[in-house]
Design a protein around this ligand. Sequence first.
Ligand code: SIN
Length: 197
Amino acid sequence: MVLWVFGYGSLIWKAGFNYDERLPGFIKGYRRVFYQGSTDHRGTPDYPGRTVTLEPAPEEICYGVAYKVSQKEDIETAITYLEVREKQYDQKDYLDFYTESTNSTPALSSVLVYVASSDKKLNQNYLGPASLEEIAKQIVRAEGPSGPNRDYLFQLEKALIELGCKDAHVMDLAREVRCILSEEVKSSEDGDLCESS
Ligand code: SIN
């Protein structure tokens, strides 16, 4: 048996487990959204941060990477590790994974994906949609055991650019966060840079 895990958030730049192959590609029918509250990694119970989850979106695709784990001991270790790291993600899905936009046949099937559902009964940390400005302000302030929330956003932006993916939601948020940060040190005449597109 071989385990494939799809990462669309921090798993893109930090696997944290042994793997044999890292394959860039995408899943279909979802978009990446900063709708999940984080009280264990990028925020605290008093001031949650925001991390990404997947939202169903029939016409969209979400880029990331798939990791192949082949050795039995590595699979067990990876699952144990991910169950702790992704414990605020209440849902595990097994999805098709694609590497070619021109090919409708998946490169892989049954790839494990951790999703934070929008069901508040199952996922108490779910925050859901908010304006770009609200999300950015929250990300600027939040910090947790894994570091500042803004670093999560900037690392995700960088990792996606390295994959050749321009995710508008992530890039707009990163720009807004940079503007808020520069506003903190610059005069108010730069304020118009921060208007959302
Ligand atoms: C993922 O990376 O696939 C899940 C979300 C996260 O841990 O950032």
